[in-house]
Design a protein around this ligand. Structure first.
Ligand code: ATP
Length: 358
């Protein structure tokens, strides 16, 4: 996408602070445990988690569509906004359903917020033209929204949300309704757009690839509580608990006794990084960190149960090495056949010990 930066002011995002915001709905549903969170100016924060974990509720509290339980506070740039209505919060919003005006043209949809806030016609037209170029919908300005494809509508919704130059952009599963290929393309366009605009963005999704690509930081949520906050790399490589380890990417979870800095497994002894003195552990090993090597002399060994060729790699399941079959993502050049006995090589640092419990 061509990024045109004429009228678009970069870096005008507001900081957001959420202080002990919980939410109990009138029917007694506890949607959110009291949570606190700081979001820096211009940062893209992704709220990620399974259905019903409270992502949308948190977003709606930030938007001003929902009040937190008593004691909770929402601050923008240090100012208490908790009871300020949505129209005075200077937030832009994009939802899974586009919520556009179907009978209006693309240009009128994008310029709607500018019109009701009294921006003069000429300036409005200039800003709309710029956003049309920025979101790659040139040529569609005069079409009615109901004559557009899903991807085009989502671009219009995004252009309309940023037209008012919000300090904070709130996106709730904006790409979910689109097909996989389009979703992937729009995801990278969106990434460039958000970075170019510098607006503070809070993005709700249950799609981990989206979270990884877009988030400066990811908040993994579970049952109304924050399970972990960190950069995509931190969340992937150093999950703090079993839930995060299994929710993000594929993970082998192994329960085994420890002895002399090794995991003692049915197929051998796996060395660990650092000093480990507890008697037993739950360990996580990512499938791509396991190498398939010669059986003879390997510290750990097992038997290949199945091989699935995926194209860019192959997923090999090895039994007998651990208490459960291990999933190994091997390069597509490795020769692997079911029934074959193989050695497994895992770097000590690739084994991440997790706290007990889920
Ligand atoms: P999804 O990915 O399915 O959209 P989510 O993580 O965004 O889920 P929320 O919409 O925040 O989840 O909902 C959290 C919990 O609160 C759910 O159990 C939901 O059923 C409940 N909930 C949401 N809105 C209300 C409401 N108005 N009244 C009662 N319960 C509600």
């Amino acid at each position: 996408m061509t990024i045109v930066m004429g009228h678009i002011v970069k870096g005008h995002g507001a900081s957001v602070r959420i202080e002990t915001c919980g939410k109990t709905f009138a029917d007694g549903t506890r949607a959110l445990e009291p949570a606190s969170l700081d979001i820096a100016r211009g940062e893209t924060l992704v709220l990620l988690g399974p259905s019903g974990c409270g992502k949308t509720t948190m977003l709606r509290i930030i938007a001003g569509l929902e009040l937190p339980d008593p004691g909770g506070k929402v601050l923008f740039d240090g100012k208490d906004m908790t009871s300020v209505p949505i129209e005075r919060r200077n937030v832009g919003m994009v939802f899974q359903s586009y919520a556009l005006f179907p009978n209006m043209s693309v240009a009128d949809n994008i310029g709607y917020g500018l019109k009701i806030s009294g921006v003069p016609k000429a300036e409005r037209a200039a800003r709309v033209a710029e956003l049309v170029a920025l979101t790659n919908i040139t040529g569609l300005e005069n079409r009615r929204v109901d004559q557009l494809s899903g991807g085009q509508r989502q671009r219009v919704a995004l252009a309309r949300a940023v037209a008012i130059r919000p300090g904070i952009l709130l996106l709730d599963e904006p790409l979910t309704a689109l097909d996989a290929a389009l979703r992937e393309r729009l995801r990278s366009e969106l990434n460039r757009l958000l970075r170019a605009l510098g607006i503070t963005t809070i993005y709700v999704t249950h799609d981990q690839a989206e979270a990884m690509e877009l988030g400066d930081r990811i908040v993994v949520m579970r049952k109304g509580a924050i399970a972990q906050i960190g950069s995509p790399r931190e969340i992937y490589f150093t999950p703090q608990n079993r839930f995060v380890a299994e929710f993000i990417g594929a993970a082998n979870i192994i329960e085994a006794p420890l002895e002399g800095g090794h995991l003692v497994l049915p197929g051998g002894r796996q060395p660990l990084g650092g000093d480990q003195s507890q008697p037993a552990a739950i360990a996580m090993i990512r499938p791509e960190t396991i190498g398939i090597v010669e059986f003879a002399g390997a510290p750990l060994s097992g038997t290949i149960e199945s091989v699935i060729f995926i194209g860019d790699r192959q997923r090999v399941v090895v039994s007998g090495a651990s208490d459960k079959p291990l999933i190994v993502d091997a390069p597509n050049t490795v020769q692997a056949r079911p029934g074959e006995r193989v050695g497994l090589l895992i770097a000590p640092d690739a084994v991440r010990l997790l706290p007990p419990g889920d």
